[in-house]
Design a protein around this ligand. Structure first.
Ligand code: SF4
Ligand code: SF4
Length: 439
């Protein structure tokens, strides 16, 4: 494997023209990466950001934008393929079948479609095999949510060896569809554009700057909500009875946070969704307090991928639709397990999970100075009111104290300290004026 590039960028950006400095994103960011400076939000702690999309989800004026692929990114390829997340099946109510939705993707311009539900089923078999062959480390933690993987690399380095080294479904799908197109169309691999249709922006960064693996097999990711309008129109015209949807309910269940539906019946599994609960469970695993769980599935979005910020449908309605589909399409996998086991080593097992995500900058490379700075942070934090209001532009009083010690903010950024100083100044001026009058 070659070294992963140093460059590290993110899946979101903030449109400063739209931002009104309300600090909602600052308070929501789980890693305190955002500050509001001069009335505008900015991801200033670039190396802390895990691309969880919370800021995108909470911004009341849609000033936080995703860095997903746009229509111009699709030009220049001779053949286009879509690898849609099963979450797409839950966006259009119960009128349309998963097959209708895949056919609609063809109508809007994708030459080939890969039903990711199928690769979800293959990957689940590979996970089952990995758990059987490797029983020393428990729990093994899922790797399909890029924000969780980033969080583990940055904040829980001791848990990196718990990340299951099995390729993720969208990557398997991309690899297989590109191979098929190259063979059928006799084109070069780079003439094929393979795009994931995604519920979350973090998938894009897992393609452009993957953490833990060398490279992605995908060329980009398009947000579900960006394709929703064209798909609604195309669905009205779908009348073919050509079947391209192949997976059972097992593959579709990947869209929701319910590991119990995945057919890993020999193992004790647990699903945890939503950023706060994921942090909580990772803390528990780190302390060695999560017992008797073989496979822990974590997704940063509430409810699983159906709760991604780039979807259209309400996450509860979407989850209910997926559960209905699981019932309808059955929980018996449609994949040939012998084929998966034959290709286990070559296709599914990742050679290495690499600890190469950028780590946050230390306070100071010199230990003595770093300790002095920590003491100073503590002193300043005690001066601050502890109201955690965010009015200074930092998410907590602790964050402001750190910013002050690093020279990135000043004590008077705290409105309460400013008010106190102004009140004292007014009192002093008043006292002076009074003593002048008395003379
Ligand atoms: S949530 Fe953040 S990006 Fe959105 S308007 Fe408020 S401060 Fe600006
Ligand atoms: S994507 Fe997540 S970690 Fe990054 S700035 Fe937004 S809320 Fe913070």
């Amino acid at each position: 494997m070659k070294e992963i590039q140093e460059h590290y960028s993110h899946s979101i950006y903030i449109d400063k023209d739209l931002c009104n400095g309300c600090v909602v994103c600052t308070l929501a960011c789980p890693v305190n990466a955002i500050r509001v400076i001069d009335g505008k939000a900015e991801v200033i702690k670039d190396k802390l950001c895990i691309d969880c999309g919370e800021c995108l989800r909470v911004c009341p004026v849609q000033a936080v934008k995703s860095m997903t692929s746009k229509s111009q990114d699709l030009t220049g390829y001779r053949v286009l393929a879509a690898v849609p997340s099963p979450v797409l099946f839950a966006q259009f109510g119960s009128h349309y079948t998963p097959n209708d939705i895949l056919l609609a993707l063809q109508k809007i311009g994708f030459d080939y479609i890969y039903d990711v539900g199928l690769s979800c089923e293959m990957v689940l078999m590979a996970i089952d095999e990995y758990l059987r062959r490797n029983q020393e480390i428990r729990p093994m933690i899922s790797n399909f949510c890029p924000a969780v993987t980033r969080m583990i690399f940055k904040s829980y380095p001791d848990l990196i060896e718990h990340i299951i080294p099995i390729e993720i479904p969208r990557e398997i799908g991309a690899l297989q569809i590109r191979k098929k197109i190259v063979e059928e169309k006799e084109v070069n691999p780079e003439e094929v554009g393979v795009f994931h249709i995604t519920p979350c922006a973090a998938k894009m960064i897992s393609i452009t700057n993957p953490v833990g693996v060398e490279r992605s097999n995908l060329d980009g990711a398009i947000g579900i909500r960006d394709l929703y309008g064209p798909l609604v129109s195309a669905l009205k015209e779908v009348d073919d009875d050509w079947i391209i949807q192949k997976s059972s309910g097992v593959g579709m269940s990947w869209a929701i946070g319910k590991a119990s539906l995945r057919g890993l019946t020999k193992w004790s599994t647990l699903s945890v969704t939503g950023v706060k609960d994921v942090i909580d469970i990772l803390d528990t695993v780190e302390k060695g307090k999560l017992k008797n769980v073989d496979y822990l599935e974590c997704s940063i979005c509430p409810g699983g991928c159906v709760g991604g910020p780039l979807v259209v449908q309400n996450k509860h309605l979407a989850a209910s639709r997926i559960e209905n589909l699981v019932e309808q399409y059955g929980v018996k996998s449609r994949v040939d397990s012998r084929k998966v086991l034959r290709n286990y080593e070559s296709l599914y097992l990742l050679k290495e999970i690499r600890a190469n995500a950028p780590s946050p900058d230390p306070l100071d490379p010199d230990l003595k100075r770093a300790l002095e700075m920590m003491n100073r942070i503590e002193e300043i934090r005690e001066l601050l009111p502890g109201k955690q209001c965010g009015a200074c532009g930092a998410p907590t009083c602790q964050s402001l104290a750190e910013d002050i010690v690093k020279g990135e903010a000043s004590l008077t950024d705290c409105v309460f300290i400013r008010i106190k100083e102004l009140t004292n100044a007014v009192k002093r001026t008043g006292a002076k004026a009074e003593s002048g009058n008395n003379q």
